[in-house]
Design a protein around this ligand. Structure first.
Ligand SMILES: NC(=O)c1ccc[n+]([C@@H]2O[C@H](COP(=O)([O-])OP(=O)(O)OC[C@H]3O[C@@H](n4cnc5c(N)ncnc54)[C@H](OP(=O)(O)O)[C@@H]3O)[C@@H](O)[C@H]2O)c1
Length: 287
């Protein structure tokens, strides 16, 4: 697929991997719609893309709020037309042992990582089906394929997203819609820095963004970001115990002893989407 002039909506584009995806897709000629809860951050990133000669729009969107998703998508459609590519990247990860886990944080992760993606897909799918074209890109994680102790819930949310994507792919194929899944490994972002993992190579968000770009353009079913992660995923498909043992040993070294989650690992402290910003767009600027 040639991305020139395509409308690409990215969730969680205020920082980290989503921010890098927005910039990489804009450089490839896409018209990028950046969304997240933090208005100032998405506007700043949209401004940076426009200053570099790209096309970008900013919208507040909280993927845990159906109205917020509907409003942002409606605003985006009014501004640029139908969405060609949607990238479900917004995510939350709270590390800790399951015995210590606050059940609210388990629900929060499922709400953002799984139900959040479903809300966004529901909002864009009718437009894609009507035009008989579109690409849905879901950012999962290596832990969907090789679950990581101390991230049991996070692993489960990402495995759910992968299973959903595989079933959806077959359901929408006849409508001309493609479903792409990308599995990043440990990545140097706010989320990656909050998680204690010793051992696996840490990749930069730009590296992951380039994998997302190639997978989207080539319509790949699934792409794993990073060579060592690809080897890990492949090896655990053949020898599941090998993957489980590798992850268990890394978790033991990185997060020793049962204890309550570290300060700052819980996303519940993050600000909610301010009501007055929901559905707002960059006013009076042609982007
Ligand atoms: N970093 C890693 O090691 C790693 C590894 C594998 C997979 N991943 C996956 O890659 C994706 C991006 O991760 P990252 O490392 O870039 O994380 P990050 O640095 O923590 O950024 C998360 C992004 O999601 C947004 N977000 C969080 N909750 C949201 C909500 N309710 N509604 C809308 N946006 C929300 C945040 O923006 P606001 O706070 O402004 O809303 C931010 O833009 C996630 O799905 C993550 O699970 C990351």
């Amino acid at each position: 697929m040639d991305l020139a002039g395509k409308n690409v909506l990215v969730t969680g584009a205020s920082r980290g991997i989503g921010r890098a995806i927005a910039h990489v897709f804009a450089r490839a000629g896409a018209r990028v719609l950046l969304t997240a809860r933090t208005w100032e951050a998405v506007v700043a990133e949209a401004d940076a893309i426009v200053s570099a000669g790209g096309q970008a729009w900013a919208h507040v969107m909280d993927v845990t709020n159906t109205q917020s998703v509907a409003r942002a998508v409606a605003c985006a459609r009014r501004e640029v037309g139908e969405i060609d590519v949607v990238i479900n990247n917004a995510g939350a990860c709270c590390q800790g042992y399951f015995v210590d886990e606050n059940p609210l944080l388990a629900h929060h992760q499922m709400e953002v990582n799984y139900f959040g993606a479903l809300r966004v897909i529901r909002a864009v799918l009718p437009g894609m089906r009507a035009r008989r074209q579109g690409t849905i890109v879901n950012i999962a994680s290596v832990v969907a394929a090789v679950p990581y102790p101390t991230e049991a819930t996070h692993s489960a949310t990402k495995a759910a997203l992968v299973a959903f994507s595989q079933a959806l792919r077959a359901e929408v194929a006849d409508d001309g819609i493609r479903v792409v899944v990308v599995l990043p490994g440990h990545t140097d972002t706010d989320m990656g820095r909050r998680v204690s993992i010793k051992g696996p190579l840490v990749q930069g968000p730009e590296q992951v963004a380039r994998v997302v770009l190639v997978a989207t353009c080539r319509g790949r079913r699934q792409a794993v970001a990073g060579t060592s992660n690809r080897i890990l995923v492949l090896a655990s498909r053949v020898w599941p115990k090998l993957g489980e043992d590798a992850m268990a040993s890394t978790a033991r070294r990185s997060f020793p002893g049962a204890r309550t989650p570290k300060e700052g690992t819980a996303d519940s402290s993050e600000p909610a989407c301010p009501a007055e910003q929901v559905g707002r767009t960059v006013q009076g600027k042609s982007r």
